[in-house]
Design a protein around this ligand. Structure first.
Ligand code: UTP
Length: 479
């Protein structure tokens, strides 16, 4: 095909959607640039983008839905502390026993999403490379991988890690893993797979934005892109072949997630749940967390911005919030649920957000917008929740499971400093529970390979041990 024919063909494809401006620079770009642009155009479902822009999609009426929502079936912290079974009738001991059984049998895999661009943090590299360890400077990825390895060591099995990247993070993440020998994780226990992308459109016109004369602006399609990426990568078949039945899902920015926690897995199994979510109790009605709620017998996350004030403020007779359960994006998925979701025709819906997107103007000049100029489309993993049978929610105290690194230093919360404080505080609690004494101003960071939790710290630290200087506790090279 000649260049002119190729241009005509592409124009015919773009014209019905008013997107022919994507070829404005066709005659100036190189052959390889034309190839790239043509491939990108071929991969786009223009009619879907058009519908998304025109708002022809059924957006749920959350205000109406939330008025008939009820709190989710749950195991609460108080019940766990008292050792009672709560509405599920499963004690923490029983849950731990079931969880340990499944972990020992090698049925648990870990699914970690690390495809986001981390724009709020403003870090040049993928967020997974951020040196978050307050004394060790260990990266988020190192901490997560050490947890996976420690889990395997504890239960005498190899625990596989399924790590999702995106075109924005893939190469640097893979290189970092190679340079660091995968932080000791066996090659056969790691699958890195890449999620898809979506274009962005101009807010005013719905026209797709160009990042370069020969390239569209594309960004990762959201953490909900996990489902499609699992399909494309063949990861589910590999899980099946390996006998993995449960996936412990979490996101890369939270270094204090209790990865592979046996008790959580045990509740999931005891309840025959297809999806179990870890929750923290909200302190305020409008806390900036997604809200777990049952609507028509299905579990949903209602975003805080979608929950009307009057519903958010509803209280039980003891004064506690009716919608108490905040989502921290930690879930246990049955492999069967993931498998089923791959076959769903409707797939996960796209959410639309207004963003500032650097792009080319009509004359081909780079523009760095000062206010949102574009719509981006992302899928969210929590849209999988309504598909799950017998879902449950399990509450853990926030201090034991949630300290996400989201923002640059000047923000109010979820900054590096905040995460450091949360890590130090957790490790101090573990040590003090083991009978150790920390001098004032002393901070201890614990490597997951030294101890994964308070119980393991108690096995390793003599009661009465004194720490007078800040220290990073990591396993000795011979350990
Ligand atoms: P966030 O929604 O906080 O996005 O992602 P982000 O990219 O980290 O940060 P901002 O919003 O640009 O500042 C939560 C988790 O979901 C993953 C992220 O890597 C993070 O672990 N994620 C997000 C993906 O894997 N892919 C995506 O497309 C978006």
């Amino acid at each position: 095909m000649t260049l002119t024919e190729q241009k005509q063909e592409l124009t015919a494809q773009l014209e019905p959607f008013g997107q022919q401006h994507l070829l404005d620079f066709w005659d100036e770009i190189s052959d390889s640039g034309r190839d790239r642009l043509a491939r990108q155009i071929a991969a786009i479902d223009f009619s879907r983008i058009d519908s998304l822009y025109r708002g022809n999609l059924d957006q749920p009426d959350w205000a109406e839905l939330s008025r008939r929502a009820t709190p989710p079936p749950a195991v609460r912290t108080a019940e766990r502390e008292q050792g009672t079974g709560g509405e599920l009738g499963v004690t923490p001991d029983e849950a731990r026993r079931r969880g340990v059984e499944s972990l020992r049998a090698g049925e648990v895999g870990v699914l970690l999403t690390a495809g986001g661009q981390g724009t709020r943090l403003g870090f040049d590299l993928p967020k997974s490379l951020y040196p978050i360890g307050p004394l060790s400077s260990a990266s988020l990825l190192q901490i997560h991988i050490e947890k996976v390895r420690a889990l395997g060591r504890r239960y005498g099995v190899a625990v596989p890690l399924y790590l999702m990247t995106s075109p924005a993070t893939h190469e640097q993440t893979v290189q970092f893993l190679e340079e660091n020998n995968r932080f000791g994780l066996d090659e056969s226990d790691l699958l890195v797979f890449c999620q898809g992308t979506m274009p962005a459109v101009d807010i005013e016109t719905g026209k797709l934005l160009l990042a370069e004369k020969d390239g569209l602006f594309l960004s990762p399609d959201g953490h909900g892109g996990t489902v499609a990426a699992l399909k494309a990568s063949g990861a589910i078949d590999r899980m099946k072949a390996r006998g993995i039945r449960q996936l412990f899902y979490f996101q890369v920015d939270n270094p204090i997630v209790p990865v592979g926690d046996a008790e959580l897995i045990g509740y999931h199994l005891a309840a025959k749940s297809e999806l179990t979510s870890l929750a923290v109790a909200k302190t305020e009605p409008k806390d900036k967390l997604g809200n777990f709620a049952m609507i028509d017998d299905r579990l949903h996350v209602i975003e805080y911005s979608d929950l009307p004030d009057d519903v958010a403020e509803l209280r039980n007779s003891d004064g506690s919030l009716k919608f108490w359960a905040g989502s921290i994006a930690v879930h246990i998925f049955d492999r069967d649920l993931l498998q089923r979701s791959l076959e769903l025709k409707s797939s996960l819906p796209f959410h639309i957000a207004q963003k500032k997107v650097p792009c080319l103007d009509a004359a081909g000049n780079q523009v760095v917008p000062e206010k949102p100029n574009a719509l981006k489309f992302e899928r969210f993993i929590f849209d999988l929740l309504p598909e799950a049978k017998r879902p449950i929610v399990v509450e853990y105290p926030e201090q034991d499971c949630f300290a996400p690194l989201k923002n640059a230093p000047d923000a109010e919360k979820d900054t590096e400093q905040y995460v450091h404080q949360m890590m130090f505080a957790q490790h101090r609690r573990w040590l003090e529970a083991a009978g150790a004494h920390l001098a004032e101003g002393t901070n201890i960071e614990i490597s997951p390979l030294f101890a994964l939790d308070a119980k393991e710290v108690a096995e390793k630290i003599e009661p009465g041990r004194k720490f007078s200087d800040s220290e990073y506790l990591s396993p000795s090279p011979t350990a």
